[in-house]
Design a protein. Structure first.
Lengths: 170, 166
């Protein structure tokens, strides 16, 4: 009887030893809240014509637009011409004689009124399609021989959709 | 065997049984548990991230120029040394000369010619800036043909916000 009692106690001690690490591993479940957040910056890629080749007798067209746009739903990309336009026309200067110049009226519609300096020429949102706008250049008329060139500067910015402008981009 | 020796033996046996039980309990899952999940290996091609780099964009632009635009650029206050991510897209066929200006026209920085597919990650400003938001700053892109004359082409300006942070 005594031996059986001792044997039983030994078994109980061994079982208790096996249970200890299991108990040590038990943890009471806990709840917690983790905030997750991410902010993506608004970006775009403006595409402008490298050059627009004009002629004496015929008008020309240049296309401005966006090849990529990623802005929020309350933003739009606004494009203006901020350089190279004066009195609605772009000035081309002979590279060999700066006194030789010629002009081409630039407008948003064919044969339309020349652009005002700093005028909005296009606006695009994430829903806009296509992401292009045309600029129309009038023929130069008769010009003295020479190699003429002029540059235009296109300005783009991300603005609020509440910002008023000439929404020419569809 | 006398009684004392028996007791010592019993205590030793109990200790061995407890230690043995703990050992078995700690390794039970390892010996008899589920197969451990496969773990992934590290990619040997991975390298330190140094900012966005150009990826293949298709054919080269022959008569258009792609200009990267941003809503804002972050700068650090009180130092002229700045980290940026300004680049000439790989699909362009013209050089860029980039410059950064405040709204009042003050030039903060100007680059040399940047080839298509190249980026500038570090710039030195002409002056330090105090912390704050500088609206209507201009990132100017002057574009030049890739010929001996470096013929000027149409250019662009991006109007953005300079976030100067502490």
């Amino acid at each position: 009887m005594k031996k059986k009692l001792v044997a039983g106690m030994m078994v109980a001690v061994m079982a208790a030893g096996m249970a200890l690490p299991v108990s040590a591993a038990d943890t009471a479940p806990t709840n917690g809240n983790v905030s997750v957040a991410y902010e993506e910056d608004s970006t775009f890629t403006l595409t402008i014509p490298a050059t627009v080749t004009l002629s004496e007798n015929a008008g020309a067209t240049g296309t401005v637009g966006l090849s990529a746009i990623n802005v929020s739903t309350t933003e739009k990309v606004q494009i203006k011409v901020t350089g190279g336009i004066s009195n609605g026309a772009v000035t081309l200067t002979d590279e060999n004689d700066s006194s030789n110049t010629c002009f081409s009226t630039v407008s948003l519609t064919e044969g339309g009124e020349g652009l005002a300096s700093d005028a909005v020429i296009a606006e695009f949102t994430m829903e806009s399609n296509p992401l292009t706008a045309n600029l129309y250049f009038t023929a130069l008329g008769e010009v003295p021989a020479g190699t003429y060139s002029g540059q235009m500067t296109y300005q783009a910015s991300i603005v609020s959709t509440n910002n008023a402008g000439a929404a020419t981009g569809e | 065997m006398n009684k004392t020796a028996k007791n010592i033996l019993l205590i030793l046996l109990a200790v061995v049984l407890v230690v043995g039980g703990v050992f078995v309990g700690m390794n039970w899952n390892h010996w008899f548990g589920d197969e451990p999940a496969d773990t992934a290996e590290f990619d040997a091609n991975a390298e330190d991230y140094t900012g966005d780099r150009d990826v293949y964009q298709g054919e080269k632009n022959t008569d258009t120029i792609d200009i990267p635009g941003f809503e804002a650029i972050n700068l650090q206050a009180g130092t002229t040394e700045q980290s940026v991510n300004l680049y000439n897209p790989e699909q362009n066929t013209c050089y860029f000369r980039m410059s950064l200006h405040l709204a009042d026209g003050t030039e903060l920085w100007k680059s040399g010619l940047v080839e298509p597919g190249k980026a500038i990650y570090h710039i030195t400003l002409n002056q330090t800036l105090e912390a704050g938001e500088y609206e209507n700053a201009i990132l100017k892109y002057e574009c030049f043909a890739m010929n001996d004359e470096q013929t000027p082409l149409n250019g662009s300006e991006i109007k953005l916000i300079l976030n100067v942070l502490e």
